[in-house]
Design a protein around this ligand. Sequence first.
Ligand code: PLP
Length: 402
Amino acid sequence: MTSDRSHHPDTILAHAGRKPAEFGGVVNTPVVRASTILYPDVEAYRASRSIKFGSLRYGRYGTQTAMALVEAMTELEGGDGAVLHPSGLAAIAMTLRALLSPGDHLLVVDSVYAPTRAFCDGQLAMQGIEVSYYDPALGADIAGLFKPNTRVVFAESPGSLTFDMQDMPALSSACRPREIALVVDGTWATPLFCKPLSLGADVVVHSATKYIVGHSDAMLGVAVARDPWRLKLEKFAALNGIIAGPDDCWLALRGLRSMGARLRQHQDCAMGLSSWLGVHPAVRRILYPAHRSHPGHPIWRRDFTGASGLFGVELVPCDPGAVDRFIDALTLFGIGSSWGGYESLVLPASPMRTVGGKTFEGPLVRLHAGLEHPDDLIADLEQALAQLDSATRQGQENHHGK
Ligand SMILES: *Cc1c(COP(=O)(O)O)cnc(C)c1O
């Protein structure tokens, strides 16, 4: 049932990694739990020692469930292979470790996911890897920041919390001639809405915890790579004993089958909410690449085929307590880390930036548009923003009264 890479992504989502004939006709690849794999004789056992990564030999290299997910993700991204990790952060951290050695230089986008920054500044720096940050607006001009020891550029498009878009083809044009690996965190778009490898990236990493699993009930990471980088990642995973559990892989496979339908509904919902918020007097700016006002909109139109449900809002300046009260007043938006499940979420956002870029006068709030009906979510936002309005007015009156 292996699908054809020329098929549309929706078709690949339905068919990739499924092998009913191997499981008595069962539609879904089952959860295969195993440590020991038995061999018929010593000769077969010896032969298995030299076979390639990703074949059935011992549970630590994955079973049919993990292999089905590897196959599906590789096909979706158009890569040469994939490595599974116990979380998205592990996929990022282990990919960077695999590609860097002491003395190497790493360039990371300034709008990177905060735990990625913490890993680079802490763990990688401790290992003698030089880490510096670049403005997300840089394209091919990133070459000006290259040093003789630059080995990896780590991009994330759009970036976390501020949703800055990155020109991946331009970054790639600077990296390729110098054999610098371009690694992209593609979590926001999923392979359905953007394929970084086709835009010149060498490795794409995902927090599958988000839209791929899609139901807020498992942690999982994936790195899909093209050769020769793929071989480095596989070797590193094998030597370090990195594996994702079959139950989590199965949840990710189940998530993939409906991801196209879910993502389009997340997109419709986020478009509805962001358009409504964009004209609300309490809102200063919408941070959503699909929104016409977004500075990265032209790049999004050129390189992406859709937008997911996560976006930011810059409110008009008000006191921080009022923002907390607005968030607390929402009844349909849960307050919590992560996103990509079917439910709507909200968090206050305070991005850390070290190389300039965009600045914000008002407080930032991050919203995840879930699969609820947008009218109900808008009504919820309306009543909660009314509280912010009155709080802001009161704040201004107090301020003027002083
Ligand atoms: C959540 C997230 C991660 C980390 O994934 P986990 O599965 O939570 O470890 C990495 N990158 C981005 C952009 C994320 O949003």
